[in-house]
Design a protein around this ligand. Structure first.
Ligand code: ANZ
Ligand code: ZN
Length: 778
């Protein structure tokens, strides 16, 4: 046993003191930016999920460093936002004081002892005015470049958080739309908010510019963006007014037997008549989910008739809530023969169902019979009936929050000049005692008359500040740009440094951020590139999504009382043991099941390594078996760590340790040195300790990953001769270096051997290495 507490404390402090983990931003030549998602400092402290994510990412970073890279591995805190504010409310504290407490607990009590290779000299905290000044700057730049818009729109409202949410912050739970934070049901509301025009990048967000993404993440983004190819078609009402529709199936135009307007469509909205007005009122109270999930379609017939542009037929127009206002044009041609929703509606209202496609062929469609989709689209464009169009489900990013704990949106309203951006940043968040959300559609900042009153930056007249703050996801959409430039305060990021260190070489985090953080970061990066601030379009060269940790087969939750507190395990078993245990649970992209017994097992393994190491200090022999095993392991562990296969890397090291145990006398200094190096990314403290005992220069992480000898690991096979009591009875091809017990096992499996043994018992066996095995029965 070694005193892991002492050892771990000693080395993590030494790394800190000597700046071991702080590469020079300007001088580093072989730069590698190893990023992991920064946490929000929740009151519960570090979660084992963090420990898992960070453990893998750090092991990868340390391996890269041993490979000769100048690895930059920063860390920070995403401390603004509803999550921190809600927790402050619960605790009855001011978020500012709470954040100070929780961040120092995270950093000093939990993360530092864990021993990640973090460069704490470049820590970022999104609530520091030196940081959020630049978040506000970003808002202003986007505004000046036409990417910010204030518009009236149907938005999501969380009645519990008392704020609007972006579409990406709304989750579906059992068919109900809920707030991503507090899981309360959200409702739809129409109001005026600030939006970022992410939709201008819909198409480009589907192109990853050669960067590497897990299929699941890319798929989630793709579905969210929801690209549909089709056509926009012009219809004319019999009274001469025109309406456009979007369809993905222009080939079914001859099958359109009715037409539907969304209740919010301007044409429907102005309609009179008691039945329609009543229907519109009813729909007003429904949520989008209710409308989409409704088992029975509802709607009302209007007096309008519309002309199908391909056959001149007059068809009836309905208002129905299964058509949504904010997709396509908010109006559809209905083809009940080929669309499920239209069919349900047609059956209920007794409308004709006319088949126009059979076995993929257009039928019943006059001159269109037999045409392909492309020919149909050409026809439509040539006749001026409509044109090809691509539609996206993605909506603009609603950025306003009616809360306190965020950067004030740096906009000023003047009656004369309208909205203007604040030129004099930062707009500091004023300290107010009563910061709780009021729920009247306004931030608590709206009560601060003195703060609101300001000068119009354009005409100098009286003007008012915006009182909403921005969404937390804006804070995290650019933090990776700040890290290399934290020492610079006259700009958000230095151009030269940014272009040197970014795009980020490797980004590791959870897939739950696929839509929010990851998609927003990609959008902001593209926008900054368009504005000329950076020279790349994708922020991350590669994203890797790690799996999740469960406990004894169950999801961890407070109500189950099975939440693993990593700090407790670290205290009891050590940071290295905890990290290795977590990484040994399964493949890193799958996660694993945390069990206390397993944790103890990993601690015993590290104790064993240390014991063997001490016992080998006087060894000087030479063993071909051990050498062969070592070089094989160097190769395997190197390949595995480079591809984040931490569990199999650990398994190989364990196997090597067993060979070591049988060759204690032969484990010389060069073996011990190599062993420490391959262990270092996985158990950094213990490896540093071994390194120092070996008399090597601090730090092991400034050394190099050992090379392996290809000749030694060639696993040539040979023909093993099998004897029974000295008589040759069989031959079999096996791997060189096969052990005595393994050779016996292989021999006993042979039919010929069994026949000759004829039920006699093998008392012992003798191996002549790489030649023969003799089974002795007497
Ligand atoms: C005629 C048609 C025939 C359609 C057919 C589908 C099948 P995606 O793939 O999701 O883009 N649609 C268009 N706007 C709509 C709205 N605002 N609310 C509800 N539905 C709307 O779906 C596009 C299809 O969804 C469109 O193509 C339209 O119905 C409907 F056999 O037009 B289709
Ligand atoms: Zn003005």
């Amino acid at each position: 046993m070694y005193n892991f507490k002492e050892v771990e404390k000693k080395w993590s402090e030494r790394w800190e003191e000597e700046g071991t983990n702080s590469p020079s931003m300007d001088e580093a030549e072989n730069h590698y930016y190893n990023l992991m998602m920064f946490p929000y400092p929740s009151g519960e402290g570090l979660h084992v999920g963090h420990t898992y994510a960070f453990g893998g990412a750090d092991t990868f970073g340390r391996f890269k460093r041993l490979q000769g890279y100048d690895v930059f591995q920063p860390m920070g805190f995403d401390a603004f936002g509803i999550h921190s504010e809600n927790f402050a409310i619960k605790k009855g504290m001011h978020p500012e004081e709470l954040i100070e407490e929780t961040t120092s607990y995270f950093r000093d009590e939990q993360m530092r002892p864990y021993g990640g290779m973090w460069d704490w000299s470049r820590e970022v905290n999104t609530t520091d005015v030196d940081y959020y000044k630049w978040t506000q700057w970003l808002f202003v730049q986007l505004f000046k470049n036409g990417l910010v818009e204030r518009k009236e729109s149907s938005i999501n409202w969380c009645p519990s958080c008392k704020t609007v949410l972006s579409d990406e912050q709304v989750e579906s739970k059992d068919g109900v739309n809920v707030c991503e934070r507090c899981k309360s049901e959200v409702s739809k509301k129409t109001s005026e908010q600030w939006f970022f025009k992410i939709t201008e990048y819909s198409e480009e967000l589907l192109d990853y510019h050669g960067t590497e993404w897990p299929e699941t993440t890319a798929e989630m983004q793709k579905n969210w963006i929801g690209r549909s190819e089709g056509a926009r078609i012009n219809f004319e009402l019999t009274d001469g007014r025109e309406i456009e529709i979007f369809t993905t199936r222009p080939d079914t135009l001859f099958g359109a037997t009715f037409f539907v307007l969304a209740p919010e469509h301007p044409l429907a909205d102005e309609m009179e008549g008691s039945e329609i007005e009543e229907y519109l009122k009813k729909v007003d109270n429904k949520t989008e989910v209710e409308r989409k999930a409704a088992k029975e379609k509802t709607g009302v017939l209007t007096d309008l008739k519309i002309i199908n542009p391909v056959n001149g037929e007059e068809i009836p127009v309905y208002v129905a809530d299964y058509v949504m206002a904010d997709y396509g044009t908010g109006a559809i041609m209905a083809v009940p023969a080929h669309d499920e929703r239209d069919l349900e509606f047609a059956e209920k209202f007794g409308i004709e169902v006319r088949e126009v496609i059979k076995e993929g062929e257009i039928i019943n469609s006059g001159e269109w019979n037999g045409l392909s989709m492309d020919e149909v689209l050409d026809w439509i464009e040539d006749e001026g009936v409509g044109e090809r169009e691509v539609n996206y489900k993605l909506r603009d990013w609603c950025i306003s929050r009616q809360r306190y704990w965020g950067p004030p949106i740096p906009m000023i309203y003047c009656e004369e000049c309208g909205w203007n951006p604040e030129e004099d940043l930062p707009v500091e968040l004023p300290y107010i005692e009563d910061y709780q959300p009021k729920g009247e559609g306004k931030s608590p900042l709206a009560d601060l008359e003195d703060w609101i009153e300001t000068e119009c930056p354009q005409c100098g007249g009286e003007a008012e500040r915006e009182t909403d703050v921005s969404d937390t996801f804006l804070d995290s959409s650019w933090y990776f740009l700040r890290y290399p430039s934290t020492d610079i305060d006259d700009k958000p990021f230095d151009k030269e440094r940014t272009e040197k260190w970014l795009p980020v070489d490797s980004y590791i985090g959870g897939n739950e951020h696929a839509l929010l953080h990851l998609m927003y970061s990609r959008f902001i990066t593209m926008a900054l590139n368009d504005m000329g601030y950076i020279d790349f379009r994708e922020p991350f060269k590669r994203f890797y999504a790690h799996g999740l940790i469960i406990k004894d087969g169950n999801k961890m939750s407070k109500s189950r009382g099975n939440v693993v507190n990593p700090t407790e395990y670290m205290d009891e078993f050590g940071a290295d043991a905890l990290r290795m245990y977590l990484l040994f649970l399964g493949s890193y992209d799958q996660g694993g099941d945390f069990k206390d017994e397993g944790m103890q097992g990993m601690k015993r393994f590290l104790d064993k390594v240390y014991r063997l190491f001490k016992e080998s200090m006087d060894s000087c022999g030479d063993s071909e078996d051990l050498d062969r095993a070592l070089h094989k392991t160097i190769k395997k562990v190197g390949e595995d760590l480079g591809s984040m296969k931490f569990n199999t890397a650990i398994a190989s090291i364990m196997k090597l340790t067993n060979v070591w145990k049988h060759n204690i006398e032969e484990a010389d200094k060069s073996f011990l040195r190599s062993f420490a190096l391959i262990l270092a990314p996985l158990a950094p403290h213990l490896a540093e300790e071994m390194w120092s005992i070996l008399g090597e220069e601090f730090s092991i992480f400034d050394s190099e990953w050992p090379e392996y000898n290809e000749d030694l690991i060639k696993t040539d096979n040979f023909e093993l001769v099998i004897q029974i009591d000295g008589q040759v009875r069989d031959r079999v091809i096996v791997e060189r270096g096969i052990s005595e017990s393994e050779a016996e096992r292989v021999a006993l499996e042979r039919e010929n051997v069994q026949k000759h043994l004829n039920d006699r018992e093998v008392k012992r066996s003798i191996l002549v290495p790489n030649q023969l095995v003799n089974l002795v029965t007497e």
